[in-house]
Design a protein around this ligand. Structure first.
Ligand code: ARG
Length: 460
């Protein structure tokens, strides 16, 4: 069937280029299975309200099942003459089963059909994304547990600030991903509402049972307003915003992995299987996976902005502009799933170079705050303590020694309140162990956080 859509109204055939220009089948065929699923539910409902006979319903089911198989097997003949996935499938159905195929579109429009397809597609993608998020979070928990006692420098301004444990750092990543999961789940509540029945924009004069279709398709409920249902894509924008934040987090993790695997930091060993060499420099081992993920985060944010711009000036109700929602949306989901998967695969194979991390924490006067806190406990006001420790650090820098390497007599020239119990707190181990409270970096706190996180992950 190569006849023009609603051809009776037109005196002229569509311009050949316009046909190509307006077609979406090249990319929206991706939603074929969802389209068929939606049509099956719609047909079921039409039969229940007496618009289709039992026989017609059977024909439709048989035809759509065969089409689903043809598509899955790569035997379906997609044609841009049929513009999009919806028309391609309907035309093939009529070809296969005759007149019943022409009745399927009763009480429906491509406008509510496409909105339904996108929501079904997105709901399933969110499921896949959540599964990958869980894999990555589990990998982080395993690594954090292994590195709960590993001391590294914590940074502010990328300058050594205070010692932390590597496990604590990894659990910071875990927290970001937990919020990302909540955002996805929240977004999914609004994705999982059914537009079908809105028809073109105003609803339909047939006595349709939207509750029934919603239940058949696993939607939580039918949408409230037909105009809104066919026109807004805010649910897709929300998804892209949630996806952008996940990618932003992965990009930050990537940045750290890249820095840490440089010779200058040398904190971690990246698994060979996730790195590549150079075509010219034989010694190179490049952290390609995190670099690529960092790069792809820009692409996903770009898609978010595309969808925002796509939507912002559209009057109610459906406009063809919305055909442009699919490519950014599909690419967002694909990119995100791939990046999460790469990270989840890579994470368990990252090795911490504990000695290097420890030495780096020792070099940066990371326990200076601990010395100030020590003086405060001895009765000195914090601002004075800050001053005293500043002098001690200066001596350390001038004589190239860590605070713990300066002798007691030398330290006492800055304050007589310093006693020989000071050396315990100047040690990195003492510094991290002291931060033993909810959210603190002490190994004990980190282990408690891991345990709570594991329980939370099992429940989600
Ligand atoms: N291919 C269209 C889209 O992606 C389907 C809806 C078309 N509706 C219409 N009235 N032209 O949005």
């Amino acid at each position: 069937n190569t006849e023009k859509l609603s051809s009776a109204r037109f005196a002229e055939a569509t311009d050949a280029f316009v046909e190509v220009f307006t077609a979406s089948v090249d990319f929206d065929q991706r939603m074929a299975q969802q389209d068929i699923q939606g049509s099956l539910a719609h047909a079921e409902m039409l039969a229940k309200i007496g618009i289709l006979s039992a026989e017609e319903l059977n024909d439709i089911k048989r035809g759509l099942t065969q089409i689903a198989e043809e598509i899955a097997g790569g035997d379906f003949n997609w044609s841009i003459k049929q513009e999009d996935v919806h028309m391609n499938i309907e035309a093939r159905l009529t070809e296969l089963i005759g007149v019943a195929g022409k009745k399927l579109h009763t009480g429906r429009s491509r406008n509510d059909q496409v909105a339904t397809d996108i929501r079904l597609y997105l709901r399933s993608e969110i499921g896949t994304i959540e599964a990958q998020l869980t894999r990555l979070q589990n990998a982080l928990l395993v690594l954090a547990e292994r590195e709960a006692d590993t001391i590294m420098p914590g940074f502010t301004h990328l300058q050594v600030a205070q010692p932390v444990t590597f496990g604590h750092h990894l659990m910071a990543w875990f927290e970001m991903l937990s919020r990302d999961r909540e955002r996805l789940q929240d977004c999914c509540k609004r994705v999982n509402v059914m537009p079908l029945g809105a028809a073109a924009l105003a609803g339909t004069s047939y006595p349709i049972d939207r509750q029934m279709t919603a239940e058949l398709l696993g939607f939580s409920r039918p949408s409230n307003n037909s105009l809104d249902s066919v026109s807004d894509r805010d649910f897709a924008i929300e998804f892209c915003a949630a996806a952008s934040l996940i990618m932003l987090h992965l990009s930050r993790f990537s940045e750290e992995l890249i820095l840490w695997s440089s010779a200058q930091f040398d904190f971690i060993d990246m698994p060979d299987a996730f790195c590549t060499g150079s075509s010219i420099m034989p010694q190179k081992k490049n952290p390609d996976v995190p670099e690529l993920v960092r790069g792809k985060s820009g692409r996903v944010t770009g898609h978010l902005v595309s969808l925002l711009m796509l939507m912002k000036s559209q009057p109610l109700a459906y406009n063809k502009d919305n055909q442009e929602d699919k490519e950014p949306l599909f690419d967002t989901a694909d990119t995100l799933i791939n990046c999460l998967r790469a990270f989840a695969d890579m994470m368990p194979n990252i090795r911490a170079k504990k000695d290097n991390m420890y030495q780096a924490a020792k070099q940066g006067y990371a326990t200076a705050t601990d010395l100030a806190d020590y003086l405060v406990r001895k009765g000195m006001p914090f601002r004075d303590a800050h001053e005293v420790v500043g002098l001690a650090v200066r001596l350390g820098i001038e004589t190239q020694r860590d605070l713990s390497e300066i002798s007691l007599t030398e330290l006492q020239q800055f304050s007589s309140q310093i006693g020989d119990d000071v050396f315990d707190i100047l040690k990195l181990e003492g510094s991290v162990a002291a931060r033993n409270h909810i959210g603190g970096t002490a190994p004990a706190s980190v282990r408690a956080a891991i345990e709570a996180a594991r329980a939370q992950l099992q429940g989600s």
